[in-house]
Design a protein around this ligand. Structure first.
Ligand SMILES: [Zn+2]
Length: 223
């Protein structure tokens, strides 16, 4: 009995520390609102984007990058600028249709408004968060007079390594990794409760898979 309590204690502690390691830490001063809309995918995308803006691992990954295309700003400095940004952004939808590559945009006339193409929202929640973070970077860019960190035109060569594209993709990768780990946690609980050996085998395979995926994603985004 004592051993069982001890083991439960260890398990509980490891879950708590995993949560702490994952999240939190930074209080962002970036506000993102969606006052006129009720599309759940947009609401969830905003929630995820705001969550990402509070995470230390997000800023660490940005500052560790060697450089971005289309800017002379150092990634470390850029990371600090996003951390320090005080900006209120409003999300609005527009009907751009499906037959376009444009997912969203920020204009000089409305630098604090992200316009999202309603015709291109049939995507994952993490992909929507990617778009929102991408546009947040444009918005911070436009609110800073001395710095420029865009990606040229929409068909520019090397734009994937630009700050808006790379940082948006980083957010999406972090979110996908999180939900992956969370799913395996759920299945782990299930395997404990049912004592189904195939489930726990699956969980163990899953854990290995998580580790491999983590490595793959790291090399993908740091290249
Ligand atoms: Zn862009």
């Amino acid at each position: 009995m004592k051993i069982a309590i001890f083991l439960i204690g260890i398990l509980f502690f490891s879950f708590i520390s995993a949560e702490i390691k994952f999240n939190l830490v930074h209080q962002t001063k970036i506000k993102i609102t969606y006052p006129d809309g009720d599309d759940p995918i947009i609401k969830n995308g905003i929630k995820d984007a705001l969550e990402i803006l509070k995470r230390d691992d997000f800023y660490t990954k940005i500052s560790e990058k060697q450089d971005f295309t289309f800017t002379s700003e150092r990634p470390k400095h850029l990371s600090q600028m996003i951390k320090d940004a005080t900006i209120s952004i409003r999300v609005r939808m527009y009907d751009g249709g499906e037959n376009t590559a444009t997912l969203a945009y920020v204009t000089s006339d409305y630098p604090n408004t992200i316009f999202i193409n309603k015709g291109k929202t049939g995507r994952s929640r993490a992909s929507i968060a990617n778009t929102i973070i991408h546009e947040v970077i444009h918005s911070i860019d436009r609110s800073n007079q001395d710095a420029r960190f865009g990606h040229g035109g929409n068909s520019s060569e090397g734009k994937k390594e630009s700050a808006p594209y790379w940082i948006g993709q980083l957010a999406e990768n972090l979110l996908n990794r999180d939900s992956f780990v969370k799913n395996y946690k759920v299945n782990y609980e299930l395997s404990k409760n049912t004592n189904d050996p195939s489930l726990s085998l699956w969980y163990n395979d899953g854990l290995r898979h998580v580790e491999e995926t983590e490595e793959l994603e790291e090399s993908m985004i740091l290249d």
